[in-house]
Design a binder for this molecule. Structure first.
Ligand SMILES: Cc1cc2nc3c(=O)[nH]c(=O)nc-3n(C[C@H](O)[C@H](O)[C@H](O)COP(=O)(O)OP(=O)(O)OC[C@H]3O[C@@H](n4cnc5c(N)ncnc54)[C@H](O)[C@@H]3O)c2cc1C
Length: 369
């Protein structure tokens, strides 16, 4: 039997970023059920960083992640303008959104003419107005994920694949986890298993939080003929019923679906792909002759759509780091630092506190755990 200070379950972006922050000075083991990290949500994202996406807590976590996202000479992020568009019948929603103080300070209003000039693929007459973000980026998700995994190993931590945590119990101050044919021990277990969060808790005898994985579909279609569109903006419907953006010479499009699912290896449904293309074509003059690729992944939400980060209210030594929803890449730098600080019994990092974030906002105990 081997003993660690902390065992992290799940080597996706959540587990990797938290483990990287913990690894200096802490003996960390990361366990991943698959043969490689990043097979699930982390490897399937749309790779967008938007500071005005998600609820107030998500927006604060995203903003606090910007310095890390922009570090290393742009290795992790490239600017990508992002337009949140509204038709005439969606203007009330746009007005309410644009009036939020942190949205207002991170964006500017665009008229229909300005939106068309910024995104010539949009159909004249579709858009009534838009909110344009000042700080939006395309992310290199793999580069960021590998960076965190490398930091874990460089600090002496271990990342072990093909190691599914199947059972565990807390005895005499230590968690004893069964994984990959071994018993592994540590006083603290971090549950960063994404869609499997409640299942992992149940396997360890811990009450669930009520996590809900929701399937989201993405398709790649050919870009239009001609030049000048591939540096164009990401376009997001203000009610989030679709989004599309240029992606390496193609167009990435999603119907922004949120179909409840059990934890699984998610697959795209043809109907969702068709809906994505249909909604995009209502807004943009983009003939689609074929679908080049499509995939789906699970975005996992807590009941209030804010992540759960902190020790369980009942189970000793059991730390939750789940519920990243559709924002787990862009928030990973701040979430990793927040999770590590709380797991070590330190307070909320000061830059996050300055943005108004309190431990209670993300405490798992708010769900009765
Ligand atoms: C289509 C799509 C588009 C998205 N677009 C964006 C975007 O543009 N920007 C953004 O910021 N976010 C986006 N997201 C969300 C983002 O991908 C997720 O929030 C993030 O990847 C969650 O990371 P995670 O580590 O919690 O989950 P995962 O990456 O799923 O990692 C959890 C890991 O835990 C492992 N695991 C589970 N059970 C066990 C067990 N018993 N033992 C050991 N290991 C276990 C799993 O195998 C998995 O590797 C998108 C997601 C999807 C699906």
């Amino acid at each position: 039997m081997t003993e660690y200070d902390v065992i992290v379950v799940g080597a996706g972006m959540a587990g990797a970023s938290l483990a990287a922050e913990l690894a200096a000075g802490t003996k960390v083991l990361v366990l991943e059920q698959e043969d490689a990290p990043g097979r699930h949500a982390t490897g399937r994202s749309a790779a967008l960083y938007s500071e005005i996406y998600g609820n107030t807590v998500i927006r604060a976590l995203t903003r606090a992640s910007r310095p890390a996202i922009l570090a290393e000479n742009g290795r992790f992020a490239r600017p990508r303008q992002c337009l949140h568009i509204a038709r005439a019948d969606q203007m009330e929603r746009l007005e309410a959104f644009a009036a939020l103080p942190d949205v207002a300070s991170a964006s500017r209003r665009m008229t229909a003419a300005e939106a068309l000039a910024a995104a010539p693929l949009l159909r004249a007459g579709y858009v009534a107005a838009a909110v344009a973000e000042l700080n939006a980026y395309d992310l290199d998700v793999d580069a960021l994920h590998q960076h965190y995994l490398r930091r874990v190993r460089a600090a002496g931590g271990t990342v072990r694949c093909n190691a599914c945590v199947t059972a565990g119990a807390f005895r005499a101050g230590l968690w004893h986890l069964e994984a990959g044919g071994e018993t592994l021990r540590a006083p603290v277990v971090v549950n960063a298993s994404g869609a499997w969060g409640d299942r992992v808790a149940a396997a360890l005898g811990v009450a669930p939080l009520g996590l809900q994985p929701k399937r989201r579909t993405v398709a790649l279609v050919p870009g239009p003929a001609g030049d000048g569109w591939s540096d164009g903006p990401a376009v997001i419907d203000i009610d989030e019923r679709f989004y599309f953006k240029p992606d390496a010479g193609r167009i990435l499009v999603s119907p922004a679906d949120e179909t409840p699912s059990a934890p699984c290896d998610a697959h795209p449904d043809d109907l969702d792909v068709a809906v994505a293309i249909d909604r995009m074509q209502a807004a943009a003059a983009l003939p689609v002759s074929r679908v080049l690729a499509s995939w789906a992944g699970l975005r996992t939400f807590t009941p209030d759509r804010t992540p759960a980060v902190g020790f369980d209210g009942v189970a000793e030594g059991f730390f939750w780091h789940v519920g990243q929803g559709g924002y787990g890449i862009q928030t990973a730098p701040a979430m990793g630092r927040l999770g590590a600080a709380l797991a070590l019994g330190r307070g909320v990092p000061s830059d996050l506190g300055d943005l108004g974030l309190a431990a209670a906002d993300v405490a798992p105990a708010r769900f009765g755990a």
